[in-house]
Structures are given as structure tokens and as C-alpha cells.
Design a binder for this molecule. Structure first.
Ligand code: SF4
Length: 409
């Protein structure tokens, strides 16, 4: 599990900065072309191992925004140069990454990690729902500044084909900013597919249809949560009266705008008993849905507070899970199981299971260390604790994993 932030010794930081880390070789070979969009040398943070710097101190005269020494600094530098050195965790920041620096803080945040499929444009901490299992409880603040930061971040990313998520909070709360970001991604990062996570409620406004249709992004998809086949139960999970109706209207508007739609269901005590009915509902009423993701719960944020209401051992919902999965799959709706350990997934469902947990949040517990499936299993969220642990967790032998592998083909 590689974290997304670490502390450095930072010299001469005079204001907030977003910087692209680049090696000397890349600087010579590609220059500003390492950035997908508009950038200047001032946006670059040159990667200079201490040994390289000792051999060639003249490198400090290159006209870049700053220098990153990924080990201890042994060569004196001018007291006007921005220099980061002596990271607490040396692996966290690597060449190609885009990092954010804040004055009076030694924390360096990785906002873009080269080559990762887990990169995210974080839109806001605000939300118009208050889901019982929200992993990131909303904050009632004005954080429009994320829009400007994301627009800049897009410029500094690598061009290339990785997936890019857009998330919050609720991204549609900043409608114009979101549309601006989607348009910029289409122009600057045309090879990257985008996946927006939204509760879909504000998408009930018909004006979204025209705006999204005009955008014509060929690789834009939406992940919209639906927790029940009825308003009472869905609205209870998201703690917002009227939300079911709004989300359904939002889904229809996305379909009218010819968007790619995924329905997401977080598996909890409140959502698993009627999974087969929810699968029927999706098939009958939302036939345009391209994918259904059935997702193990992340045991953090508000989920911790609502443990008693939410927790159900995955062994105890295998039957409704199987029914829902096969109902959808047999009718041509692609379906995946996310965030569930393989040892809790019956072998006949294993070909629906995905390694879905972002690399920086992923954890394997002690029991996993002897497991033949560890390379193929989603494992756990790093927030995992004993009270969220199934009685069924057990390392799979090579023979047992063979049954999973055979079932997957
Ligand atoms: S024991 Fe094996 S199958 Fe179970 S969670 Fe760990 S790695 Fe996955």
C-alpha cells in the first residue's frame, strides 16, 4: 500500500505550488512535453538524487520551479531555491507524479501518480446526501478552490491512457466547474477515460442533458449509487427524503444525454436482503445501464458510527448476491463484485470479482500472507478492523485457489 502523502524537509517555499516531478533525462529528452497541457519550466520539480547533485552541482542552475532530492541533501544550495529533500517515506513521490505543496507545512501530497489507474480529481468535500456508510463525511464549506487546482492538475498530468476518476463529496454541486473540467479533460487528456462518481440527484435538472450531450466526451462514464428498488429504503440509506426519485430522474437524464452509466450498490445489512429485487428493478426500469457494481463496504467515516446497522458478514448474503449477479449477467447486463475478498466469494462467482481497491488504500492482513490467492484478491481497505472481519476469512491453498481459477475461465 503506497501512501499518497509524506513529509519532506522543504526549503524556500513561498506560496502554494503544484509541481510535476521530472528526471534530468526526461527534462532533456521531452522538456515540457512531459505535461499533457500548458506548462512552463516553473511548473517542474527536478528529481536530483544526492549523488547526481554531488557529481554535477551545476544542475541547480537549470531554470525549473524547484528540486527534489529523494534522499538526504549533502550539497549546499542557494537560499532562494525551492528544494525538497529527506522524505520520510522515500517511495511515496516518484518521477512523473504531480505534487501539491502548502506553505508552513512539510506535507507533500501526491495528486497524480504516474501510471496509476487510481488517480482522482477531487471536486469537493460538500454533499447533498449523508449516506449512512459514507467513507468521507461531507463538510459544509466553500471549497470552490478545488476547481482551479484540478484545472491546473490536468495540465500537468502525463498524456496517456490511464483511467481518471472524478469524485467528492458530490461533484455536481459545482456544476459549471465540473463541466469545465470535463471539457478540459476532453481537450488535454483525450486518451484518458473518465469516471464520475455522483449520487445523481442534481442530474434531475433537464439542463444537464444538453450540457453533457454537447460535451460529446467519448470515454466519460458515471457511477451512480442505487441502494434499493424502492424509495423508502434508498432514502433511508442516503438519509435524504426524495433522493430515490431524484436519482432515478438523474439516471434517465444521463441516458437521454447518451452517457455511459454504471449503477453502484454498497453491500450492507440494509441493502443485501433485497438485492434480487434491485437487480429486477435495474433490468426492468434502467435497461440503458452498462454495468452494475456490487461493492463491499469501506469501514471508515460514517460507516464506523453505523456499524451495528450496516454490518453483515458477507457469508450471510451469498444467496441474494448470487441471485442478483446471475439475474443481471443472464440478461446481458455486465456485473462485477468489488471489494470482497476471494475467500468470501463462492468459486462460482469468482469470475465476477475484481481487484477493485485503489492501490493506496489496499491492505492484506496476516491471514493473507499464506494465501495462494493473494495476487488475485481484492483484499481489504486499509481501514479494516476486527469488527468488520468475516468469520469466513481463511488463506486459500493452491488446490482451493485452483477451483476459483478454473471457475474464472
Ligand atoms: S486470505 Fe486470501 S482470499 Fe482471503 S482475503 Fe486474504 S488474500 Fe484474499
Amino acid at each position: 500500500m503506497l501512501r499518497k502523502e509524506t513529509h519532506f524537509e522543504i526549503c524556500n517555499l513561498t506560496g502554494p505550488r503544484l509541481l510535476k516531478v521530472i528526471t534530468v533525462d526526461e527534462f532533456i529528452q521531452k522538456g515540457l512535453a512531459v505535461c499533457a497541457g500548458e506548462a512552463s519550466f516553473h511548473d517542474l520539480l527536478l528529481w536530483l538524487p544526492a549523488a547526481t547533485l554531488q557529481d554535477d552541482p551545476q544542475l541547480l542552475s537549470l531554470p525549473v520551479g524547484g528540486f527534489l532530492v529523494p534522499d538526504a541533501l549533502t550539497t549546499p544550495t542557494q537560499d532562494t531555491l525551492l528544494v525538497l529533500h529527506s522524505p520520510k517515506e522515500p517511495d511515496v513521490v516518484q518521477p512523473g507524479d504531480v505534487v501539491a505543496l502548502t506553505p508552513n507545512s512539510t506535507l507533500v501530497r501526491v495528486l497524480y501518480r504516474r501510471g496509476s489507474d487510481s488517480n482522482l480529481l477531487f471536486m469537493t468535500d460538500r454533499c447533498n446526501s449523508l449516506c449512512l456508510m459514507c467513507s468521507q463525511p461531507p463538510k459544509d464549506i466553500d471549497d470552490h478552490w478545488h476547481i482551479e487546482e484540478n484545472l491546473r492538475l490536468i495540465d500537468l498530468m502525463d498524456p496517456g491512457e490511464e483511467n481518471l476518476g472524478i469524485s467528492g463529496g458530490e461533484p455536481t454541486l459545482y456544476r459549471d466547474g465540473l463541466l469545465e473540467i470535463l471539457a478540459k479533460c476532453k481537450t488535454v487528456l483525450p486518451q484518458k477515460s473518465l469516471h464520475v462518481l455522483s449520487n445523481g440527484r442534481l442530474l434531475k435538472e433537464p439542463s444537464w442533458i444538453e450540457a453533457l450531450a454537447a460535451l460529446q466526451h467519448p470515454q466519460l462514464s458515471w457511477g451512480i449509487p442505487l441502494y434499493a428498488d424502492n424509495a423508502t429504503e434508498h432514502d433511508h440509506v442516503v438519509q435524504a427524503p426524495g433522493a430515490f426519485s431524484e436519482t432515478i430522474q438523474g439516471l434517465y437524464n444521463l441516458a437521454r444525454a447518451k452517457q455511459i452509466i454504471e449503477v453502484r450498490v454498497v453491500l450492507s445489512r440494509l441493502t443485501t436482503q433485497r438485492l434480487p429485487e434491485l437487480a429486477h428493478y435495474v433490468f426492468r426500469n434502467l435497461p440503458f445501464v452498462r454495468h452494475v457494481a456490487l461493492m463491499g463496504i469501506e469501514s471508515t467515516g460514517l460507516a464506523r458510527k453505523h456499524h451495528e446497522a450496516l454490518w453483515i458478514d458477507p457469508l450471510d448474503y451469498q444467496e441474494p448476491l448470487s441471485q442478483a449477479v446471475y439475474f443481471l449477467a443472464n440478461r446481458g447486463i455486465p456485473v462485477s463484485i468489488y471489494n470482497l475478498p476471494l475467500c468470501l466469494t463462492p468459486p462460482h462467482l469468482s469470475h465476477f470479482a475484481r481487484q477493485s481497491i485503489s492501490d493506496w488504500k489496499n491492505l492484506f492482513i496476516d491471514a493473507c500472507q499464506q494465501c495462494a490467492a493473494i495476487e488475485h484478491c481484492s483484499g481489504f481497505f486499509k481501514s479494516h478492523t476486527d469488527r468488520w472481519q468475516s468469520r469466513g476469512i481463511h488463506p486459500l491453498s493452491i488446490e482451493a485457489f485452483g477451483a476459483y481459477a478454473r471457475s474464472a475461465h
